[in-house]
Design a protein around this ligand. Structure first.
Ligand SMILES: [Zn+2]
Length: 121
């Protein structure tokens, strides 16, 4: 690599940004090469070096694609699926139970078919 321009800390030209600064704007370097560095002098140590990228060549942080949405939906569906009965509970399975409430509390699941108390055949 040829010599990159080196700027003093905080004196980098407009249009250049570090990876962190790009990230704060929702951008990423996007495969471009480092265009310059900034150096912050430190007493009796090597200067602190940061790499600069061109903002106009930066790309937005990976946008949501249909594939990523689908993966997200699948992950959410998995979180709603009871590992016990394999049914979609319709809500996220509570980690404390590890299963849907129907499986966790079977006694409370079907109160309607219980025989009424105090009846004799
Ligand atoms: Zn269940």
């Amino acid at each position: 690599m040829g010599a990159l321009p080196v700027y003093r800390w905080r004196l980098a030209p407009d249009g250049y940004a570090t990876r962190r600064q790009l990230r704060a704007r929702g951008l990423r370097p996007g495969g471009q090469d480092v265009v310059a560095t900034v150096e912050r002098p430190r007493r009796r140590r090597e200067p602190l070096v940061a790499f600069l990228y061109r903002i106009d060549r930066a790309k937005p942080v990976r946008p949501m694609t249909p594939g990523r949405w689908a993966a997200l939906a699948k992950a959410n569906a998995a979180r709603r699926t009871c590992p016990q009965c394999r049914r979609d509970a319709g809500y996220v399975i509570p980690a404390s139970l590890g299963m849907c409430t129907t499986c966790a509390f079977p006694d409370h699941a079907v109160p309607a078919v219980r025989p009424p108390l105090g009846t004799c055949a």
